[in-house]
Design a protein around this ligand. Sequence first.
Ligand code: OGA
Ligand code: MN
Length: 296
Amino acid sequence: MPTSQIEFRPLHAAHGAEVRGVDLSQPLDAEVARRLRTGWLHHQLLLFRGQRIDDPTHIRFARQFGHLEIFPEADQRSSQHPEIFRVANTDEAGNLRRPDDPVAGYLTIVESWHTDSAYRPIPSLGAALRALAVPAEGGDTLFANLLAAGESLPAGLRARIARRTAVFSYEATRARAAGPVRALSEAEKHDTRAVRHSLLRRHPDRDNRVSLYISPLNIAGIEGMAEGEASALLDELTDWATQDRFVYRHRWQVGDLLLWDNRVTMHQVMPYDRARERRVMHRTALAGSEPVLPPL
Ligand code: OGA
Ligand code: MN
């Protein structure tokens, strides 16, 4: 495909662009892949519409941007392709899951603001999510620009988080699910021990610009700060970062694929009627290449 046909159309003043002229069912040539990578870093969020691709093609596409993570819990993954994390309220045969099903219970966590795999020592650098079934109403995904939020942070708020690290925990994450979750085994607990990351991070592929790095779903506390003070500060940071001017709201269509940069964005899913409507999304996550880097 000639690269001149690729177009990036901005989705929102905050960030995001729709890519036109790329068919993801076909292998991308090196020049197209290079332009997509540059566009992805710049726009932070790329939307590809009308892509009717299967899981192997999705995985092949994502691999052009890096190695893939495997989600820690097997019952949340595709049985055929472990690289696929299913964000779905159905089982693989398409049957709606009951609200008391722990797989469904766990997935309510995506309704809290987060950036993917923030509980890992090296968090995910990006993700590609595609829509296979979408509800008639609700289920939009909101994406906040943490780079813009960080660069415009009021001086007082910035001073309060300078050189601070937060504790990110998988156990705290699961405790925030609105439904029942299965208990973690001791081995799983060990593999997902709490980690610490700087609340401000620089982006090595973006000239070391400094963004906010918060993931309210995963943060259990702030190092050296009392619990009440830490949660009040986190609320203030979240309110700041999720103002309309920093947030793009995505209304899904079947065949949409979104590729985002987890280092400078966080996201949240809006509620929908999960007892009646099917919402089936397949995700691949790009493994991070370096730990969260504090400002220089
Ligand atoms: C994810 C996630 C959002 C969605 O896949 O990481 O948070 O819209 N999903 O389902
Ligand atoms: Mn997510």
